[in-house]
Write a protein that binds this ligand. Sequence first.
Ligand SMILES: *Cc1c(COP(=O)(O)O)cnc(C)c1O
Length: 470
Amino acid sequence: MLSTEPRVQENLSYPYLPPQNSPQTSLSPNQQLLPLTAKINDRDRLEIGGCDVTALVEQFGSPLYIVDELTLRTTCAQYRDAFATYYPGTSQVIYASKAWSCLAICAIVASENLGFDVVSGGELYTTLKAGGNPETIYFHGNNKSREELSFALDRGCTIIVDNRFELEMLCDVAAHRPHPARMMIRLTPGIECHTHEYIRTGHIDSKFGFDPTQLQDIFTFIAQKPQLNCIGLHAHIGSQIFERQPHQDLAGVLVDWMEKAIACGLPIAELNIGGGLGIRYTESDDPPSIDEWVKAACNAIVKACQTKGLPLPKLLAEPGRSLVGSSCITAYTVGSSKVVPGIRTYIAVDGGMSDNPRPITYQSVYRAVLANRMSAPPSETVTVAGKHCESGDIVLKDAHLPPTQPGDILAILATGAYNYSMASNYNRLSRPAAVVVREGLASLILERETYEDLVRQDRLPEHLALPPKE
Ligand SMILES: *Cc1c(COP(=O)(O)O)cnc(C)c1O
């Protein structure tokens, strides 16, 4: 295991620095724009994990996802250590693998003793293949299939039941098995968070989980089913959250329901508070540290249990974005440009919405640095466009950058979460390669797709095949 001491970004003299008012060493990875090992080398280039980003692009091609192993491991360790510090009972941090599911990322996370949340047979398969321990794998989803339920039960995973339809299907699937199905109940807590917006009342209009009005009946139903072993309750309230209060309130809601479920005879011993801690995408984002967030959530659970005189449950949290987001950058190569006189200048890169659909989907904002000329002053405002046939395919609007030329390497920061996992082949672009970097060594973790890969699943029925050209 690597050192878990956060590194100081001391020789990074670029505008996107940690806030001046906090000592840099106390910052979590989720509070920084660049991975912990980022520095500018003596060629004035960005270096991550001891590897020159420009040289990585020369070696592995462009665009390229570059994951800093130390940052990812540090983040895992900070979550693990914070729960060990602030929670007097047992706890388990589980990685919401939908943020980035592939063998290498899952293997790193598993080696740090984190568990996994998966939301499909495909994520489950990937996690198992990477060495995830089924005892710490939790299966989510609002429309699991019978096959997915069987697959998860066969492997000994815990099912987080979302709705009545699924519950009845699980009863049926579990009835033919030697052991009762280990399950939790997902509930809609009536707390909803959008970034920078937090509403405590109402907002139970979610497609996920049991509505509170159903819960009492559901508890009673489950208590009568010997094939179900309902060990816990779960709720997840949103993503990219910068406040601590929502999860403190959630603790109270979950403990209330735990008391009621126990009164119905359910052996509730675990509470899962979901994920949602935000990360810094731009200098104006100011999320709490992992430590602060975990501390607030743990204290709230302990307090709520003490008030009710309940024993402490095993406590689970399932971070996704804040676990992988800050450990990765995406390197692109600059190509064409277009000046719209008096309006804006576009510079185009060799990827876009196919490798990062977040800007076009959520109007997400990122920050960029010119990885091959780091100390060049950002003197221009340009819009970084992707290469897809969509006007909305904009990587970054109004970026402050030094003057760029074709061939320059532009790095977009904090792209570890919901980039690769949401990537597509739109316009039949190949999905990029990804490397993990550590102490000067770069290892390929995702092969770049080839043209042949793009047609691999295509089938041409005989009656559609054109005769060979003379
Ligand atoms: C997406 C999701 C998470 C992770 O959310 P982040 O904001 O990425 O931390 C955790 N639990 C559930 C049920 C989710 O759907």
